[in-house]
Every structure is written in structure tokens, then in C-alpha cells.
Design a binder for this molecule. Structure first.
Ligand code: GLA
Length: 402
């Protein structure tokens, strides 16, 4: 199994870099979002699925209070003093801007754990991954939850997926400067094997949603990355907040777009910028789709499930404007194939990946036709793979990694 191989690689890398055996190995998955895009920070519903691609970490304690990490992906060793990080808990917010690339996410998580009152021991950590970075598959949330799980283990802190997901989100807000919702961290922390995870982002309640037996989720990576996606993301979030402010002037009980419907939105149509209105219209319609998709799955109805995904993509393209020519081409190509019932961009958008809902017997044909078509229409190569629902961040015994 790919996960076992990664865990083994992490353990071997640890021995090679730190000259001793690790005490634990952990794996945190990436995720695709099946539906409910840009609804999480509007207190809405999402239906992500953790996938069988991971960040694996091997960890061992140190006698001092230093966190030292080697990443095989970046071929870099980085370290930070936990005492220095601890002092930042009382520093002003402007000083909490340790934006240090991949290591910034890890330092951010350690900082969030310290700020929550945990006493952290020093640790050595080695990291390996088979998740593409920046592809919209939540490699950063996987990194965050892998280190959280590893540090919880070496510092004897009981693991609770929801609490640690919130700490990882805080790290992302304060260290990476992305005002993300809770979807990525919670699905990476709390998913169950073989299920997608329906999340109510207001109450943080979750429900495991099994996929129909014949359904396969295929990822197509556009190969395009967008550097400034975080500022466009923060812009979308600000647009939603402006509409909420307008709604609240009339309806004081509205706290987020989750509380609004089309009729309410029509009432404030003249009070808000037309572009903001389109953003809000997307969120309100999209927020109905996670529950509808969960129902379609329960009825084993892949046609209805696929239609919901198509509507979601069209709305993200036309109203929320977070698609791209490459993502649209991939979606169009997938939808042209018999056996593919739906397709949409997944994650924040702007670049990265799409997912296609495909009947099991058609997977190989759909994959090769889309690969050929993408090269013809976009003069680019797509990397395609089938992903299976995976459990959230987990600890494994080092005994299973010879
Ligand atoms: C990113 C964010 C999530 C979510 C999606 C869009 O992945 O991290 O919180 O907002 O974009 O649905």
C-alpha cells in the first residue's frame, strides 16, 4: 500500500538524518472537495473526501526544546526554538508573521499548540509526501495535521481531531496569511476510512458519507499553479462579508451567508456592488448542494450526483469566477466522456485540479481520453489518478515500518 511505503520512507529518512530510530510515524492525507466550494467560511456545508495521498512524518523526542525538521521534498533541514515561539504567544499580532514557506506551516502549528496552553517537548521530524504541492489538494493542511499529530504524540497530548483542526486553521491564518475556512483541516483530521465527510461549518458537526459502490473519483491536475491565489481568495471572502454587512442592516439575525436565501439577497440587491451580489448568489446556491449530493449518493444516483457537480462548476466559473481556461477545458473534456456523470474544479480554484465522477468500468477510458484531449486543446499534460476515500491523520506503530 502506498501509505505503508511512505511511512517506511519517513522512518528510513529519520534514521539517516538523525542517526537513531523514530518513536512514531504518522500519516495525514490530502483531500478533494466533492462539493460545497467557498461555503465553509460562510458558515455553510461542505462535503470533502480525504484521499489516499499523504504527508508522512517520523518523529522522535529531543532532550532540548528545539523542533528540527527535514523535508525530503524540499531537501531542507530547518529548526526553531520552541522557547522563542512560546515568547511569541505574548507578542503583538504584527510580529506573528513568520512566513517561512513549508516550514512556516509547521512553526505555525507548534505556535498554535503553545498558545493553546500545551507544553511541547523538542522533537526531530522527517517528512515525505506523495501529495502534489499547490495543486488544491490541501498539501498544507496535511503538513499541518501531520506535525500536529507527531508533536501531540511526543508531548503526550491527547488527540482530538476537531481541536487540532482548529489549531491548524489558526496557524494558517496567523502564519501563512490565508483566511481559510475549516474544511481542509477538519477533513484531513477527522475523516473515516471509506467515507466522505459532510461538515456543518457552523456547528462543526460531521457525518460520514459512504460513496456508492460503483462511483470512482478521478483527479485531473491542470499542471498550472497560481502564486497569488491567496490574495484572490481573501478578496472573495471580503466580498461575502460586505454582503453580510448589508444584510445585517435589515436583518440583524443574519450572521453569515448561510443564513440568507435568494429572497433576502434580492432585498439588498441595490445596496451592494453587483459583483459582490454574484459572489453571494454562488454561495447561497452552493450551500444547498452538499446535502443534495449526500442524498444522491445515498440513493446510489450517480446521474443526479454528477449534475450537482456540473452546476457547482458552472457557478464557480460564472458567478464566483475562480475557474481558469485549463480547469474549464478539463471539465468539458471529462463531461464529453461516456461513463463520466459529472466534473468540477476542486478546492479554492484559480488553478490546480478538477475531479470527475466516473463509473468504475469507464475509469481507464475516461482518463486516457481526457489526457489526449487536454494535450490537444491546451498543449499541456495533465496528471490523472483515481483517489480513494482515506481516514484522517493517524498514528502508526514503528513496528509496522521495518
Ligand atoms: C481552500 C480553503 C478552504 C475552502 C476552499 C474553497 O481550500 O482552505 O477553507 O474555503 O478553499 O472551498
Amino acid at each position: 500500500m502506498a501509505r505503508d511505503r511512505l511511512l517506511q520512507q519517513a522512518a528510513q529518512l529519520f534514521e539517516h538524518r538523525f542517526g537513531r530510530a523514530p518513536v512514531s510515524v504518522v500519516a495525514a492525507p490530502g483531500r478533494v472537495n466533492l462539493i460545497g466550494e467557498h461555503t465553509d467560511y460562510n458558515d455553510g456545508f461542505v462535503l470533502p473526501m480525504a484521499i489516499d495521498r499523504y504527508v508522512a512524518a517520523a518523529v522522535g523526542p529531543r532532550s532540548d526544546r528545539v523542533l528540527r525538521v527535514f523535508s525530503s521534498e524540499f531537501q531542507q533541514m530547518r529548526e526553531i526554538s520552541l522557547e522563542a515561539l512560546e515568547r511569541r504567544t505574548t507578542a503583538s499580532p504584527e510580529r506573528r508573521s513568520g512566513r517561512g514557506g513549508w516550514f512556516g506551516y509547521l512553526a505555525g502549528v507548534a505556535w498554535a499548540m503553545l498558545t493553546a496552553g500545551h507544553r511541547l517537548r523538542g522533537a526531530d521530524v522527517s517528512l515525505v509526501s506523495d501529495l502534489p504541492v499547490g495543486a488544491g489538494l490541501s498539501s498544507s493542511a496535511a503538513l499541518e495535521l501531520a506535525i500536529a499529530r507527531a508533536l501531540a504524540e511526543t508531548s503526550d497530548i491527547p488527540w482530538d481531531p476537531r481541536t487540532f483542526a482548529l489549531m491548524a486553521q489558526r496557524a494558517e491564518h496567523e502564519f501563512a496569511g490565508v483566511a481559510c475556512g475549516i474544511m481542509d483541516q477538519l477533513s484531513v483530521a477527522a475523516s473515516r476510512e471509506d467515507c466522505a465527510l459532510l461538515i456543518d461549518c457552523r456547528s462543526l458537526e460531521t457525518r460520514d458519507i459512504p460513496l456508492p459502490p460503483d462511483a470512482r473519483i478521478v483527479v485531473f491536475d491542470s499542471g498550472v499553479r497560481r502564486e497569488l491565489a491567496s490574495s484572490a481568495y481573501n478578496d472573495r471572502r471580503a466580498a461575502c462579508e460586505r454582503v453580510v454587512a448589508a444584510l445585517r442592516r435589515r436583518y440583524s439575525w443574519v450572521h453569515a451567508l448561510r443564513d440568507a436565501d435568494d429572497a433576502l439577497l434580492a432585498d439588498v440587491a441595490h445596496d451592494v456592488d453587483p459583483l459582490d451580489l454574484r459572489r453571494a448568489a454562488h454561495v447561497i446556491a452552493e450551500n444547498r448542494r452538499p446535502l443534495e449530493l449526500a442524498n444522491a449518493f445515498a440513493c446510489n444516483d450517480l446521474q443526479r450526483a454528477g449534475r450537482l457537480m456540473m452546476h457547482s462548476h458552472a457557478s464557480l466559473r460564472d458567478l464566483y469566477e475562480v475557474s481558469s481556461p485549463q480547469l474549464d477545458t478539463l471539465v468539458d473534456l471529462a463531461l464529453e466522456q461516456p461513463g463520466c456523470t459529472g466534473a468540477r474544479l476542486t478546492g479554492a480554484g484559480f488553478a490546480g485540479c478538477i475531479i470527475a465522477l466516473v463509473e468504475a468500468g469507464s475509469v481507464e477510458r475516461v482518463m486516457s481520453s481526457v489526457e489526449i484531449g487536454y494535450e490537444e486543446r491546451q498543449r499541456r499534460q495533465t496528471t490523472a489518478f483515481v483517489c480513494r476515500p482515506s481516514g484522517g491523520a493517524s498514528l502508526f506503530s514503528t513496528a509496522s515500518t521495518p
